[in-house]
Design a binder for this molecule. Structure first.
Ligand code: NAP
Ligand code: ZN
Ligand code: ZN
Length: 349
């Protein structure tokens, strides 16, 4: 076994602290990655605090925005070599046989994903541990190649925040002539602005206050509105082809559905703790759609990374030592981050 060090939490109420554990010896198709950086996604907080239906597995080493360098490869590995800059996102395996996996939509694997942490390996019993650690062992088919021209630390959040916005933007054809709104300028939302802008769409940010306006414009937003101002919802009625909602708090989706044009779609990617009531009328009047989207498949994640390489897109990050992770969690909850915390794994040594 390979000895690993990281930060874990032992239950939903405890802060994270130092933790030693073992990773498997690399198999034929495994890559061992020295983790240099790992982003802090709001999903890490939801899961560490067991906010998703009481099925969190402890001890938990969170982290699924992993950027690092290959340090060892199994005998059968063909895609990667020692020294390569690589990433790992939200999952590390899938069944590889079902129609979703065969179609390159492995994020929707019919047999269920092996998520990077807070999950079980395909054997159904070995827990997975995530990226708040010094190394990870992953099958080469679930490893991504990071563009050489992008900074490694600012690339880490592309592996979740980046792909979670890229996938719906592509699926619902964000591009020239399309009006796209992003609700919530957090980790996911700020990537949505950068990506939709790079795709050529007209981008609006709907934020709960006016505080982030200057940032949003710098990131590529064409328009900015505060949703705390009720006139926003009358001014923008029937405006957008696509709205991507990244907010994890309870907001009234019906108000936002009214902002869609005929045949427009609102895609939910943020996960509120409670169910959200949806009225039929805003959907019926305007033939509008309400949809959801889950991260992205391995193939599309690579496409997104290559797109970011070509367009010079990375995340706006605040680099922290791992000792500050609990403080960072509190700040994410207060929306006090511009726009993603990334842990510098050097601080583990
Ligand atoms: P984040 O950085 O905390 O951003 C969320 C943003 O929502 C905040 O920056 C804030 O933007 C807005 N917001 C927060 N509280 C609000 C409130 N009370 N009222 C209105 N707006 C509020 O979180 P994140 O990491 O981007 O993740 C967002 C959500 O996506 C989480 O639920 C996460 O679990 C989920 N997620 C889903 C997927 C997927 O595959 N679907 C993948 C990753 C994450 P403003 O200040 O601009 O209003
Ligand atoms: Zn995430
Ligand atoms: Zn599958």
């Amino acid at each position: 076994m390979i000895q690993a060090k990281g930060y874990a939490t032992s239950n939903a109420k405890s802060p994270l602290g130092p933790y030693s554990f073992e990773r498997r010896e690399p198999r034929d198709h495994d890559v061992v990655i020295d983790i240099h950086y790992c982003g802090i996604c709001h999903s890490d907080i939801h899961q560490a605090r067991d906010e998703w239906g009481g099925n969190s597995i402890f001890p938990m080493v969170p982290g699924h925005e992993i950027a690092g360098v290959v340090s060892r490869v199994g005998g059968g590995v063909t895609r990667y070599a020692v020294g390569d800059k690589v990433g790992v996102g939200c999952f590390v395996d899938s069944c590889r046989r079902c129609t979703s996996c065969q179609a390159g939509l492995d994020q929707y694997c019919l047999e269920g994903l092996t998520v990077t942490y807070n999950g079980l390996e395909r054997d159904g019993k070995t827990p997975t541990y995530g990226g708040y650690s010094d190394r990870i062992v992953v099958d080469e088919n679930y490893v991504l190649r990071l563009p050489a021209n992008l900074a490694l630390d600012a690339s880490a959040p592309l592996l979740c925040a980046g792909i979670t916005l890229y996938s719906p933007l592509r699926h619902w054809h964000a591009g020239p002539g399309k009006k796209v709104a992003i609700i919530g300028l957090g980790g996911l939302g700020h990537m949505g602005v950068k990506l939709a802008h790079a795709m050529g769409a007209d981008v609006t940010v709907l934020s709960h206050s006016l505080k982030k306006e200057e940032d949003a414009r710098r990131l590529g937003a064409d328009h900015f509105y505060a949703t705390s101002d009720p006139t926003t919802f009358t001014k923008l009625e029937k405006s957008f082809d696509l709205i991507v909602n990244t907010v994890s708090a309870l907001i009234d989706w019906n108000l936002y559905l009214n902002l869609l044009k005929l045949d427009g779609t609102m895609v939910v990617v943020g996960v509120p703790e409670k169910e959200v009531p949806v009225a039929a009328m805003p959907l019926i009047f305007g033939r509008r759609s309400l949809a959801g989207s889950l991260i992205g498949g391995i193939r599309e994640t690579q496409e997104m990374l290559d797109f970011c390489g070509q367009h010079g897109v990375t995340c706006d990050i605040e680099l922290i030592p791992i000792q500050k992770v609990n403080e960072a969690y509190e700040r994410v909850i207060k929306s006090d981050v511009r726009y993603r915390f990334v842990i510098d794994m050097k601080s583990l040594k």
